[in-house]
Design a protein around this ligand. Sequence first.
Ligand code: HAM
Length: 421
Amino acid sequence: MPPSQPIRAARGVRDVLPGERAAWAQVEQAAARVARSFGYQEIEVPIIEPAELVERMGEDTDVVAKEIYRFQDRGGRWLALRPEATAGVVRAYFEGGLQAGPQPARLYLLGPMFRYDRPQAGRYRQFHQLDVEAIGDPSPALDAEIIELAAGWLNALGLRDVRLELNSIGDSRCRPAYLRLLQDYYRPHKEKLHPDCQRRLETNPLRLLDCKEERCQPFKARAPRVTDHLCEPCQEAFSEVRGLLDAAGIEYQLNPFLVRGLDYYTRTVFEFQHEALGGAQNSLVGGGRYDGLASALNWPDTPAVGFAAGLERVLSMMKREGEEVVPAPAAGLLVLPAEPGLSVAAAQVARSCREAVATAVDYSERSLRAKMRAAAKAGARWVAIFNREEGARKVVQLREMTSGEQAEVAWADLPERLISS
Ligand code: HAM
């Protein structure tokens, strides 16, 4: 690249500019409010984790095989940028001693995740998730609770065209036999499958059910259904989850092909999808029970359930549904010195008003007319104008922009005046 080119952002990442930040804040605040209302507490875990922790979530998954940002630090340790938060939260649960506290530990986290995938609409290399986890309790009631929490949040955001899909993929007792059945069913058709599916047939047969390739669809349609091959405890757990969702008035569709992209799931899996998200990126929220993850990380066997939602996708669907959030103006009051050389006085006026209202100064040397135009564009409610003579008398002309009403106000009276009107 020629040295004179301006330096741009890395591929697949986005800036959140001030005009969008209000909508982000609304989504994050609603997440925190809904999560807390269910008794969940905020946790933060590092963005870098040992590569091994991230890789244990599923060696045969796309996320681990192709999408991890993995690097060696100066000490020769292999680290990874987290592609999701669940493994890190489980690690923190044990390392922080939460397993000795009240169970389940109900936790939520908001933050950036990183996946090296081909960027496209709704798919970024740095994106943000709301992650919610309930760790340390096997009760199917928690699966339903987690789903109700996600539904409550989407509802609070005003999203309407959302569909919940639900499945159970069994556990370590019943799944191995089902996977053998699936392999036996697919093997005679192996040559006709997409090359990815030929590989999956040997390495991760459950993912055959997730295939979107046209040529694999007829085989998929006739494949044995996982829900017909659940052991009795898994069947009972699944029917309890469904009963609780029914009682909560949460609508869902059973989808026997829903298997999810990470390996650690057992029993309940679910996704909230949005009609308009189209294509492969249609999931807003994904989650499920993952009773085997803790032991895969060499910690004691511990049941858990959770979900994560992509904030970029949630925000883009809110925008699409017209749930636009109008950003508040940066400053309610703009101080406009009308002549050069009044910066000290303008800074002093602003300093005294900030407790009352967000205040900024236009220090530029452009004309007062231009400053007024800029103040109107910035959406300020008031401007405080003064020239050298008014500065010497310690007064400003306080003007309300929409009404055009203007009055002389002493500096000392400004805060009071701004609060009371
Ligand atoms: P996931 O399905 O991989 O699950 O991701 C959850 C959500 O993150 C997706 O539904 C999507 O909205 C968003 N997302 C994923 N990848 C991208 C991307 N490249 N760009 C934009 N958004 C994306 C998990 O991450 C699990 N940890 C969920 C979980 C928590 N399961 C149990 N606990």
